[in-house]
Design a protein around this ligand. Sequence first.
Ligand code: MG
Length: 186
Amino acid sequence: MKIIMDVDGVLRNIVDQVLEINRLVFDPGSTASHDDINVWNIKKVLTKLPPLNVLFHEHAKEIFENAQPYPLALESLMALKEQHEIHIVTAQEPYRFQHTINWLEKYNIKYDSITFMVNGTKNHIHGDVMIDDGMHNLDDYKAAGANKQMRLICMDQPWNQQWQGEKVYSMLEAELLINGYLRKAV
Ligand SMILES: [Mg+2]
């Protein structure tokens, strides 16, 4: 199967990096945690952050290269890679391309292709399965009718609780679902 794989919010935990920078630099009293980020725009929760394009640019290495993987996500990704094609599709500004490639190399992540989306939607990229945490990305595929050919799997995160459709709580669950070891009702 051809798996369209997102990075941030699925494999790479940039939220904890932003929380740490927020605490150290912008809002020393902040006790916000990953679970508190219940909207896509993190600045709506961490209100003292500078505009995100400024934050991401000034702290690009800390955020995009030093971020930890979500627990056990990469083990399941590599298990999927043994049987399927992994096509990474990730929305990144050009200054982050190299940081993202470095991060993937740091964790020895193998994949068949990588596409950086600078503008626009992902929905012209087709596969059999898509794993993403961004409701806007999943909804774009739905709107384009791609969900008829593609299985859209949302990685559960506090910021996508409104998603109507198939959802997993870990990459292990995604691995088991895709490989047919697990079935569940949507
Ligand atoms: Mg994402």
